[in-house]
Design a binder for this molecule. Structure first.
Ligand SMILES: Cc1ncc(COP(=O)(O)O)c(C=O)c1O
Length: 382
């Protein structure tokens, strides 16, 4: 089975060389636009490409406003702040995520509460969130309070794992019922839709990432998605040192952040966005190709939930057990085909091991079984 998988991936990529997990593709105007910023000298945080990139993302996602940041963690940090998360708050999130989700919470002085994921979506499970709240929370003065500690539970932060949208309607209803804010960590899901709406546009505030491993890259970069211009202006103000606009005077009206995306990086993003529709098309072809191959096998290929249209950012399989997973990782990586286990669950990391949590059976089950497969949309299918 292992050698069949290796041969299949090698045939797919038509390559006998090392096959990485995901590499960016620069086949459009990337070089031209980046050179343009150098020629113009506008390489830093002021420049036309930053505005253009923001408008392009807002148009593509349907968000009311998009504000570019230097990375996705910074975008999530400000999205949480915009959502009203304060120091000392508790925030519900999933343990199966990249550490940046929890780091952003930590930067706000908040602490995560880990609730289980669904085996189907790999993202935060609404049923588990609601039952944990019923057991541990109470509403006082329209504020959700953790019964045992009296601390405020402020928000819910689901993450669209590998690009697959979580059950947003159910999570939005829970947030309404319990007076919680929803903040989507949509870092991995540019080009993914929940019931026809782009991920990151259902919550009032969300974050995207354009790290080098993402479907669109700016080298490093992120975007805060907001529902309206007013919120967008506020997010831009906080991320640009809270400087009042003036052609030569420096006046800052609150402690701000220097989080704005440089024009140089935004130029790369503008070119990448031109290629996104074609990239998404190839991603789906690659995912279908994998799905067919694994259809009758003991490995379960992770498919988009029935209500969703996923970007299939990272393809994944669920192995029958940990022994199989370990063998698969070992054999593929030593044959030069890069595969990867899912992240170590957040509650096992030293800085989050004291965090409150519900039962995490599904996350722990998936942690032992999920393997990511090469997902660059190139090779035979492209
Ligand atoms: C789930 C998730 N959240 C947040 C981030 C943070 O993005 P960045 O690396 O751009 O800071 C990433 C990606 O790296 C991610 O995968």
């Amino acid at each position: 089975m292992y050698s069949k998988i290796i041969s299949f991936i090698r045939d797919t990529y038509q390559s006998n060389d090392f096959i990485p997990l995901h590499t960016p593709t620069f086949s459009g105007h990337e070089r031209e636009y980046v050179m343009d910023t150098i020629d113009s000298t506008f390489v830093s945080s002021v420049g036309e490409y930053v505005n253009k990139f923001e408008n392009t993302i807002a148009r593509f996602t349907g968000a009311g406003c998009a504000v570019a940041t230097m990375n996705g963690t910074a975008a999530l940090h400000i999205a949480l702040r915009m959502a009203g998360v304060q120091s000392g708050d508790l925030v519900i999130t999933q343990p199966l995520t990249f550490v940046a989700t929890c780091n952003a919470l930590h930067h706000m002085g908040a602490e995560p509460v880990f609730i289980d994921v669904s085996r189907h979506t790999l993202g935060l499970c609404p049923l588990a969130v609601n039952s944990w709240l019923e057991e541990h929370a109470v509403i006082r003065d329209k504020t959700c309070i953790h019964r045992d500690t009296g601390r405020v539970i402020r928000a819910v932060v689901p993450m669209h794992t590998f690009g697959h949208p979580v059950q947003l309607d159910e999570l939005l209803s829970i947030c309404e019922l319990w007076h919680l804010m929803l903040v989507e960590d949509a870092a991995e899901s540019l080009g993914s839709y929940y019931k026809g709406r782009h991920t990151g546009t259902l919550a009032p505030f969300s974050a995207l990432s354009f790290n080098g491993n993402k479907i669109v890259t700016t080298g490093g970069g992120g975007m805060i998605l907001c529902q309206d211009q007013e919120a967008g202006s506020r997010a831009k103000h906080i991320t640009t040192t809270a400087k009042r606009p003036h052609s030569y005077e420096f006046y800052h009206d609150e402690p701000g952040f220097n989080y704005r995306l440089p024009n140089l990086n935004a130029a790369l993003g503008c070119a990448q966005m031109e290629g996104l529709p074609a990239c998404l098309h190839k991603k789906r072809k690659l995912a279908e190709h994998y799905a067919q191959f694994f259809a009758d096998s003991i490995l379960q290929f992770v498919k988009e939930p029935e209500y969703a249209h996923s970007n299939y950012w990272l393809n994944a399989v669920i192995c029958p057990d940990k022994v199989f997973r370990d063998q698969l990782l070992e054999k593929t990586n030593s044959a030069g085909v890069m595969t990867r286990p899912v992240w170590t669950l957040m509650h096992r990391l030293p800085m989050f091991e004291q965090a409150l949590r519900g039962k995490l059976e599904n996350a722990e089950w998936l942690e032992e079984r999920v393997v990511n497969l090469p997902s660059t949309p190139t090779g035979a299918i492209a």
